[in-house]
Ligand binder design. Structure first.
Ligand SMILES: CSC[C@H]1O[C@H](OP(=O)(O)O)[C@H](O)[C@@H]1O
Length: 343
């Protein structure tokens, strides 16, 4: 079930809807795709990598051009628009840049169109392959009978297919291991309750939904064997991931529970440190309503001040291992990450 694909326009599963009401959103113009990224109709760092690349292909196909120069100028402006949508997931910028650089090598309108689309489709294919590799490497860390705590959605709906952290869980189950999942609902947009719980139930994987505030008690009661999360950007001193991840990491450390991150190599931004990264802040409406889609159900005073960061930074000292498509990286990360990036 690909979350994003090309059909003479960019088509994507609109994740702002509940799964039973999923619709395919057709983006015929880059502005429409940019809006879809901003409102998380398409979301998840690896899916954003593909979305950024398909956005360049869309820019190349969405209109006629009087010259190659005019077309290349349009692609560069489209790349800026796509890059302005969400600041934290580095994968978005990787996808945009890769497709743009491929397209700019073209010498005719038709060739530029072909190069842009070919690179976007290559990125999408690579994502599926790397998620399966990550799954196999990560499954080795999971024991038969484990209960794994997750946050947000890191499955098929956050990638082109299969998933990263959920992909590791799927692979372990495929190997015959009995695995249960405790999924944090992931306020305020509920990627955990709306998407992860649904994905796992579709796969017949045992899942229990909890409120984010319950992560402490399930660890305290010994109900959690491991925590596996995704990532939006991994820098020299921290992992950026959905808000609430840092809380889970500190709790896991306190309870001696392994805390794993599953992410493709394109999530690494090893030249930077946490202080260099912008954490996306989102709208007040996401918190003052019971859910952004229920603007008739106020759960806070309309004029209340709101702080709504979409991600947080977990220092690497809390991370037991990082699962990638080239293998599992253990500390010391300053020594071992460059080795796996260079491989
Ligand atoms: C494999 S998805 C990675 C990452 O992206 C999600 O964020 P969002 O739903 O805001 O796009 C979440 O942080 C996942 O862990």
């Amino acid at each position: 079930m690909r979350t994003i694909f090309w059909d003479n326009c960019v088509k994507l599963i609109d994740q702002t809807k509940l799964p039973e009401k999923f619709e395919i959103l057709e983006c015929k113009r880059v502005e429409e795709l940019a809006e879809a990224i901003k409102k998380l109709a398409v979301r998840g760092a690896p899916a954003l990598e593909a979305a950024g690349a398909y956005g360049i292909a869309l820019a190349a196909h969405e209109r006629d051009f009087s010259s190659v120069d005019e077309m290349k100028e349009h692609l560069k402006k489209s790349a800026e628009l796509l890059a302005s949508t969400r600041p934290t997931a580095v994968n978005l910028f990787v996808g945009i840049e890769r497709a743009l650089n491929a397209a700019l090598k073209g010498e005719s309108v038709e060739e530029i169109r072909k190069l842009a689309l070919k690179e976007a489709e290559k990125i999408a294919e690579e994502d599926v392959e790397r998620n399966k590799l990550m799954g196999r490497f990560g499954a080795k860390l999971i024991e038969d009978g484990d209960t794994i705590l997750t946050i947000c959605n890191t499955g098929r709906l956050a990638t082109v297919d299969w998933g990263t952290a959920l992909g590791v869980i799927r692979s372990a189950v495929e190997e015959g291991k009995r695995v249960k999942v405790i999924a944090c609902e992931t306020r305020p947009l509920n990627q955990g309750s709306r998407l992860t719980a649904w994905e796992l139930m579709q796969d017949g994987i045992d899942v229990t939904l909890i409120a984010d505030s319950m992560a402490g008690i399930v660890m305290q009661r010994g109900m959690v064997d491991k925590v596996i999360v995704g990532a939006d950007r991994i820098v020299r001193d921290a992992v950026f991931n959905k808000i609430g991840t840092y809380t889970l990491a500190v709790l896991a450390k306190e309870h001696g529970i392994p805390f794993f991150v599953a992410a493709p190599l394109t999530t690494f931004d090893w030249e930077r440190e946490a202080k260099d990264v912008e954490i996306e802040e989102r709208s007040k409406e996401e918190l003052i309503y019971c859910h952004i889609t229920c603007k008739n159900r106020l759960i806070a005073p309309k004029d209340v001040e709101v702080f709504n960061p979409a991600f947080d930074a977990t220092p690497l000292k809390y991370v037991s291992a990082i699962i990638t498509e080239r293998g599992v990286v253990f500390p010391p990360y300053e020594e071992n990450v460059p080795k796996i990036l260079k491989k």
